[in-house]
Design a protein around this ligand. Structure first.
Ligand code: Q9C
Ligand code: ZN
Length: 692
């Protein structure tokens, strides 16, 4: 009965632009050059072989009109690029090119440059209008180095800057007032930076290899202190790598700790990505090693903004296979097709240094950056050395501070297929101790891609585990039972912590988990612990007590638990929300490091109960381990042991839950088929009026 394919209406509308005429910009003498026509042909061929074009909307390339170039480039420059391919320039063309920095010109250059810029305008307009969700513009020559009066770095017109200006100045009716430009080309986007340096309507973000000013385009323009000027101050963000070999983990760390928090605050109307793929693994110029999956994650993280309005514009990228695979991975993200892969879990120490420097430089403009990057989670006095714990690297000479080296077997918690990705992580001495997945060991040539013989310090596995970059991906592979005994016994209430939102009676919506997938299983269990109701008021439900579980076992008591099988990542998000620590000044906070990671899980399992120092101001600051089910640990959270004592002594008020709160408890018990409505009310009231 359904018309056509029902999926088509749900599928995002993704545009593609490609035009063979942009291949006619070549070196005049046929000399080899990295910025060659095969680049866009290779990308297009790859997309075709994967059936991408027929899942997309194909747009026609078009030539930019001079009047749209004029807001970015000087009349001089426009005339030069327009005429450079004409006959009368035949004799002078070579000389002009040779006087420019990293530029070649031929009879096809003018048309290609006009098509590249016009196509990006076309793409941006379609997305801004809402005709399409996103567009990939497979264009050349690239643009981000081109300055107002200067072609350089293989770039003739600054395609992205031209399109941004077009939206802001020529099409106000489209309502685009704030544009985020994300430049992940391995080179600094000097041209784009200059064009919007004083303009707060464009937030320009560039992450690039800098090498302290030695990497192309050398100089200080790409330094992190270049933050914009006048009204544009704070709206220019540079993340300058100190050296090559940066990988997925480094980029993800920058996204998580710089770009994403700022983008949340900036709230752009559209995102233009200056998507060079020369930071890709095996690129001959970049010397970095971002994987296609890495790029897909970077893009994925941008899709939460601007209602997913993204225009991805090709800049650099010179390994044909790498750029084709990377664009393909990005196309799948925009089409919202599943992507699989794992990232190399290692950041450079220098990456954190750069991130700290950038945050420090910009925190006056972006208050969200004005907090310390949470380092390690503080638990008790002793913390096992993660290098030994996580990676069980046989003969690690890493010293444990406490001299209490321990071997921990994750299979206690994790099933084999889940464990696999973890066990594959090992320290590869030959690669400067960088931690890599053993099935993804880089090939020799990719290592030699870095011409740099720098003494890059790499983060030891110790910091890798504590580092934010890896915790979500690691903990998303570990399952636990979250045992709820309060309002979360009612599934719709619990789902607020996963999916976000609120149920009746709640004063405010939850933000949910970053991983919104439903629990894999739900089961009930009765445990010999006392349920009690303390406090006299909750933010969520108003006046009335709130459920806690006495960590002490007592065979005369029983508490009903509704257990949800979720990932440890999700459990962390629940823990944060239960303790109302997910918001600060109305801004949803990212968790830089997990509240409860694998080491702490191991510790909790051993000690049964653990107060988390990081949660000491929350009501549910103590994590309890209640044994195992299906070989997975059962975890819950409750108040501190001292609070329990104070409830028992009467020092702290115990009180009956509010009506709405009572209803959720009863609904949970009834819908979970544990008790009848009357029994449930009696059970809760009994617990609420319990006296020692
Ligand atoms: N010593 C883009 O990726 N390298 N442009 C010149 C001179 C130029 C890169 C080296 C690299 C330009 C768009
Ligand atoms: Zn580049």
């Amino acid at each position: 009965m359904m018309a056509a394919s029902p999926d088509d209406s749900l599928r995002p509308r993704v545009g593609l632009i490609y035009d063979e005429r942009m291949c006619r910009h070549t070196t005049p003498d046929g000399e080899a050059h990295p910025e060659c026509p095969e680049r866009i042909r290779a990308i297009w061929k790859k997309l075709e072989s994967e059936g991408i074009p027929r899942r997309c909307v194909l747009l026609n390339a078009r030539k930019v009109e001079d009047k749209y170039l004029a807001s970015v480039h000087t009349q001089n420059h426009i005339e030069l690029i327009k005429n450079i391919s004409s006959k009368e320039f035949d004799s002078r063309r070579q000389k002009i090119a040779s006087e420019l920095d990293s530029i070649y010109l031929n009879v096809g250059s003018s048309e290609a440059a006009y098509l590249a810029a016009g196509s990006v305008i076309e793409a941006s307009e379609k997305v801004a209008k809402g005709d399409l969700n996103s567009v990939i513009a497979i264009v050349r020559p690239p643009g981000h180095h081109a300055e107002s009066n200067e072609a350089m770095g293989f770039c003739l017109f600054n395609n992205v800057a031209i399109a941004a200006n077009y939206l802001l100045n020529e099409k106000p009716e489209l309502g685009i007032k704030k544009i985020l430009i994300v430049d992940w080309d391995v080179h600094h986007g000097n041209g784009t930076q200059k064009m919007f340096y004083k303009d707060p309507r464009v937030l320009f973000f560039s992450v690039h290899r800098f090498d302290f000013g030695d990497f192309y385009p050398s100089g200080d323009d790409g330094a992190y202190c270049m933050i914009g000027e006048g009204p544009g101050a704070g709206y220019n963000i540079n993340v300058p790598w100190e050296h090559g070999q940066c990988s997925d983990a480094d980029y993800i760390a920058v996204w998580d700790h710089v770009l994403i928090p700022i983008a949340k605050e900036y709230n752009p109307d559209i995102i233009l990505v200056s998507a060079g793929f020369d930071a890709a693994i095996d690129d001959p110029l970049g010397g970095c090693c971002v994987t296609p999956h890495g790029y897909s994650l970077l893009l994925q993280k941008l899709m939460q903004f601007a209602q997913g309005k993204i225009v991805m514009v090709l800049e650099g990228g010179y390994n044909l296979k790498s750029i084709a695979n990377s664009v393909l991975a990005c196309a799948k993200v925009l089409l919202q097709e599943e992507s699989v892969g794992s990232i190399q879990t290692a950041t450079f120490k220098s990456t954190w240094r750069v991130i700290e420097a950038v945050r420090h430089e910009l925190k006056g403009y972006w208050p969200v950056l004005d907090v310390e990057l949470p380092q390690n989670l503080l638990i008790t006095n002793s913390r096992p050395c993660p290098a030994e714990v996580t990676y069980s690297s046989s003969e690690s000479d890493v010293e444990n501070d406490e001299g209490t080296a321990r071997t921990i077997n994750f299979s206690d918690f994790v099933e084999d297929d889940v464990l696999l990705p973890l066990s594959k992580l090992k320290i590869d001495e030959g690669n400067h101790g960088k931690v890599i997945a053993s099935d993804q060991v880089q090939e020799e040539e990719s290592l030699s891609a870095s011409e740099a013989s720098h003494d890059a310090e790499l983060v030891t596995s110790n910091e890798i585990v504590d580092g934010y970059i890896t915790w979500r991906s690691l903990l998303s592979k570990v399952e636990v039972w979250y045992a709820s005994f309060g309002s979360n016994m009612w599934m719709p209430r619990f789902l607020c912590y996963i999916e976000g939102g609120k149920v009746e009676g709640m004063s405010a919506p939850c933000c949910g988990s970053l991983d919104k997938s439903s629990p894999k299983d739900v089961i009930w269990k009765i445990v010999p612990h006392r349920l009690l109701f303390g406090r006299s008021h909750t933010r969520t439900w108003g006046a009335g007590g709130v459920a806690f579980l006495d960590p002490e076992r007592s065979t005369s008591d029983k508490a009903y638990l509704c257990m949800y099988r979720i990932t440890l990542e999700q459990f962390n998000d629940v823990l944060l929300q239960e303790n109302s620590l997910h918001q600060e000044n109305g801004i949803i906070k990212q968790m830089a490091s997990p509240l409860l990671d694998l080491h702490i899980l191991e510790y909790v399992a051993k000690n049964k109960s653990l107060p988390l120092k990081t949660l000491k101001d929350g009501w549910y600051s103590t994590v309890l381990y209640l044994g195992k089910e299906d070989d997975l640990p059962i975890l819950t959270m409750t108040c501190s042991a001292s609070d329990v004592e104070r409830f028992k002594s009467g020092e702290l008020p115990a009180s009956v839950p509010a009506k709405d709160y009572m209803n959720t408890l009863v609904n949970g018990l009834v819908e979970g088929k544990q008790l009848t409505r009357e029994e449930a009310v009696a059970y809760v009231n009994g617990a609420a009026t319990w006296k020692l």
